[in-house]
Design a binder for this molecule. Structure first.
Ligand code: RFL
Ligand code: PHB
Length: 393
């Protein structure tokens, strides 16, 4: 067995693990990142696209925002569509001039991997962490497997950044561990298409057939989503049926509908809200999807993950520089306050925009919420602030 020793062992090279490794490097703290998948796989995984104001600033401050600033699309509003009419929410106007950026998660991941590789800092792909041990002592270690080789990494701390299917939370004993969950009765069918977006701003729509979202990645690439029933599968949808349904759900009396083009990627994602408490046990710290999941309607998943890392990197820095554990002790409570706010907002957006196929009372409430969000300046202001900058406010 090969053995390594580092200060912080990081499980997972998603946005959370990679940003943590990078911030620790800037602070002169050593880390080893272990990632189950290949580099090619994580760089190609299409997921989130909306980056909050403060999170984009954070990436820039740590030297990981250069391409984001150059290629990211700056947005100042969103459109809400319901009952066949369109309503713009002027987010920036209502949120102190703050903007948000549309830039694919896999681009953030590529940028952070390139920095790590250029630094020559340890990043092991194709390496699955199989056990995290002794987190309740000052000498935790993790076991991993890379091909035929076993690897053991000894560390001062372990950061569980292994996402919603990860296993690091299992190192928290059952009498301490709590998991709060809500499963929604719908999924998202998402496509990436080679087609210029027919809209400048993101459009979130509630149509009687279901939810719809029009987003983009560049002036030539569109990203769109349809709310579907949880038991639906991709093979039930032809490309043409997807485009027809998108056009129908986006149609209003006066606006263009969609620009069609070749579909480059398609996938179905179930919708869940999950919070794990506490986010710290002994020397194990959970960050990102390993600790919480939000339904994507509020565009919070990746932002929340990077928000956790900001808190954790500072807490580890304070520990190593001043030998002060106060921020590490506060980590879980500090993060959970923001996590529950993001859960609330994601749940609000989700419940407002996904019609319920059975419950007409719920549908009446949803329409009232949409009217309030688009007609009351106070309600639109709360929505705008949460959408544009929830994680660093
Ligand atoms: P990630 O990105 O899931 O990264 C975790 C990494 O850990 C690795 N891993 C392991 N490595 C070693 N050993 C093990 N035992 C391991 N187990 C797992 C995984 O291979 C992976 O590389 O978590 P992170 O860094 O916390 O980042 C969070 C974001 O990825 C996530 O919040 C968002 O992408 C959520 N999300 C979306 N958010 C949005 O705002 N908009 C979206 O459109 C959107 N689409 C999505 C999504 C999440 C999805 N899944 C499956 C979780 C679509 C999907 C399919
Ligand atoms: C995306 O562009 O993938 C996207 C945008 C907004 C969301 C979710 C996903 O709420």
């Amino acid at each position: 067995m090969k053995e390594l020793r580092t200060q912080v062992a990081i499980v997972g090279a998603g946005p959370a693990g990679l940003l943590l490794g990078h911030m620790l490097h800037l602070q002169g703290i050593e880390s080893v990142i272990l990632e189950h998948r290949s580099r090619e796989y994580v760089e190609k995984r299409v997921r989130a696209g909306v980056i909050e104001f403060g999170i984009a600033n954070l990436l820039e401050e740590v030297g990981a925002g250069e391409r984001l600033r150059r290629e990211g699309l700056v947005h100042r509003g969103i459109e809400l569509r319901y009952d066949h009419s369109a309503h713009r929410i002027p987010l920036s106007e209502l949120a102190d001039g703050k903007i948000y950026t549309v830039y694919g998660q896999q681009e953030v991941v590529k940028d952070l991997i390139a920095l790590r590789v250029a630094q020559g800092a340890p990043l092991h792909f194709d390496t699955e962490v199989t056990a995290i041990e002794d987190v309740n002592t000052t000498a935790p270690y993790i076991d991993a497997r890379c091909g035929d080789e076993d690897l053991r990494v000894h560390a001062d701390f372990v950061a569980g950044c292994d996402g919603s299917f990860g296993a690091s939370h299992r190192a928290i004993p059952s009498d301490v561990f709590r998991r709060y969950e809500r499963v929604y009765p719908f999924s998202w069918l998402g496509i990436l298409a080679e087609a210029p977006p027919a809209t400048e701003e993101l459009i979130y729509g509630r149509h009687e057939n279901g939810f719809v979202l029009y987003s983009m990645r560049s002036p030539t690439i569109s990203r769109l989503y349809l709310g579907v029933r949880p038991d639906e599968t991709l093979d039930q949808w032809s490309d043409e049926q997807i485009w027809d349904e998108l056009a129908e759900r986006l149609s209003t009396d006066e606006r263009p509908e969609v620009n069609r083009g070749p579909i480059l990627e398609r996938g179905i994602t179930a919708m869940r809200s999950v919070v794990i408490e506490p986010m710290r046990y002994g020397r194990l710290f959970l960050a990102g999807d390993a600790a919480h999941i939000v339904p994507p309607t509020g565009a919070k998943g990746m932002n929340l993950a990077l928000g956790d890392v900001r808190v954790l990197a500072e807490a580890l820095d304070t520990y190593y520089v001043k030998n002060d554990e106060a921020l590490l002790d506060a980590y879980s409570a500090t993060c959970l306050e923001r996590v529950w706010r993001a859960e609330e907002f994601s749940n609000y957006m989700t419940q407002m925009l996904h019609p319920n196929y059975e419950d007409e009372f719920e549908n009446g409430v949803q329409r009232a919420r949409l009217r309030q969000a688009t007609q009351s300046r106070e309600a639109a202001t709360v929505l705008s602030r949460n959408y544009v900058d929830l994680n660093t406010m």
